[in-house]
Design a binder for this molecule. Structure first.
Ligand code: PLP
Length: 440
């Protein structure tokens, strides 16, 4: 299939003159899959349209931020209404409290919170609270979990360069990560070892309670339970980074499915309804340490921005309708099963999984439970599949180490069309593979 990309190519060339790599966030540049990133002109529901007029069923959804699809009527109306009243005041509004109350009602462990503008800020600030509350410095994280790009978290951070005990990026001082320890995801043994060796210095364990930044990896219940048990036993805090999973895997996030009460939770993406908003919150006694109530300083010019609040409130009001997450879960399950069946019909093995509005896959012979296994998956097959999907009008994340998403706009005919396209893509890959091997 020949797809026109001339306009995206020209726009990319122009963007490269002014932005590093032509983009404002690295994965958008398609570096790991090659080819031209599509420049998007508009989105409506489940569909993206690029600068050449090509349409795609979107499974990136602004990296999970859009739970209702693109340009949802209610969200657009709320943004318009608020824009006419002003876009930012730098003073408190009722909207902030409304959004926070919706969050806290869905996620009762978030008794009190602070609104910020990005997931990076939320995690960075939660770590500050954890260190202040415990008087300790060490943060334990897990390989392949991404917690934003603050210096202290750029260690084995998902799709970044994985170099244990070394920063994943030049410019991060070794000193900045001296207080970060990264251990394998899902390993009760390793995390227990770290606590027995350094338990008295550990301020917090931070975890993606369902990992989405090494591809989708659902943890074992024992792993998550062990984190709660060990942190409690050693007087450390448990921080759930639900920037991606909050309001996505379930209304109450992964913690509601796992029945675990973290001390602090970080949120982002969906709570801003497609505009920049994030939050960190949790136990009231911990959040009361934040300025001006307490001594832990943290502030933001656009924190609680009324446009983002309006979009977030409109989004959460739709999501609280009973059955919404179950419907998204069924869509994700349908895609994972359809992908598996289409691959298997062509003799290709894929590990596909789904949870709530998240789904993902690895071209791997056995189930993937940690970052080491994710990195062993077949990246060549991923690239072929990614480009085949793109050419057939399915927009997947351009990296094997990212999760896919669905929205409420991914209705039956959209899912059906997607699974059909998966079939076509795998058939094509199998034909080319047979031709290359001289078979048939
Ligand atoms: N935490 C998790 C789990 C994420 O997936 C992300 C971003 O993808 C972040 C933190 C950082 O959020 P942001 O990109 O809004 O800074």
């Amino acid at each position: 299939m020949v797809v026109r990309t001339g306009n995206s190519e020209r726009l990319f060339e122009r963007a490269k003159q002014i932005f590093p790599g032509g983009v404002n966030s690295p994965v958008r540049a398609f570096r790991s899959v090659g080819g031209v990133p599509r420049f998007i002109e508009r989105g409506a529901g489940a569909i993206l349209t690029d600068a050449d007029g090509n349409e795609y069923i979107d499974y990136v959804l602004s990296w999970g931020a859009l739970a209702l699809g693109h340009a949802h009527e209610g969200v657009v109306a709320a943004i318009k209404l608020q824009a006419e009243r002003g876009t930012s005041y730098g003073a408190p509004t009722k909207l902030e409290t409304e959004l926070a109350e919706l969050i806290s009602a869905a996620m009762p462990t978030v008794e009190k919170m602070r609104l910020v503008s990005s997931g990076t800020e939320a995690v960075m600030s939660a770590a500050r609270v954890a260190r202040a509350a415990t008087g300790r410095s060490l943060i334990v994280k897990f390989d392949g979990c991404y917690h934003g790009h603050a210096d202290g978290f750029l260690v084995s951070a998902g799709s970044g360069v994985a170099t244990l005990a070394l920063p994943d990026s030049p410019g991060v001082n070794p000193g900045s990560i001296a207080d970060t320890v990264s251990v394998p995801y899902n390993s009760v043994e390793r995390v227990t070892e770290i606590f027995s060796e350094r338990g008295d210095s550990i301020a917090a364990v931070i975890v993606e309670p369902v990992a989405g930044n090494m591809g989708l990896v659902v943890p074992s219940p024992e792993f998550i339970d062990s984190l709660r048990e060990l942190t409690t036993r050693y007087g450390a805090l448990l921080v759930f980074d639900e920037v991606m999973t909050g309001f996505r895997v379930a209304l109450g996030g992964a913690q509601s499915l796992q029945g675990v009460r973290p001390d602090l939770t970080c949120l982002g993406k969906i709570i801003g309804g497609g505009l920049p908003a994030a939050a960190y919150g949790g136990r009231k006694d911990l959040m009361d340490m934040v300025a001006p109530e307490g001594p832990v300083y943290q502030a933001g010019t656009l924190s609680g921005n009324p446009l983002a609040m309006a979009a977030g409130i409109a989004t959460l009001r739709e999501l609280v309708v009973p059955g919404t997450h179950q419907a998204m879960h069924e869509s994700s399950v349908r895609l994972a099963a359809g992908l598996r069946a289409a691959a298997s019909a062509c003799g290709i093995t894929v590990q596909a999984s789904a949870l709530g509005g998240m789904w993902g896959f690895f071209f791997s012979e056995s189930p993937v439970t940690d970052y080491a296994a994710a990195k062993l998956s077949d990246s060549g097959m991923f690239n072929d599949f990614f480009h085949g999907c793109l050419a057939n009008g399915v927009y997947l994340p351009p990296s094997p180490f990212e999760a896919c998403f669905v929205s409420t706009a991914h209705v039956e005919d959209v899912l059906h069309a997607t699974v059909e396209k998966f079939g076509r893509v795998f058939e094509d890959i199998a034909l080319r593979r047979d031709a290359a091997s001289g078979c048939c």
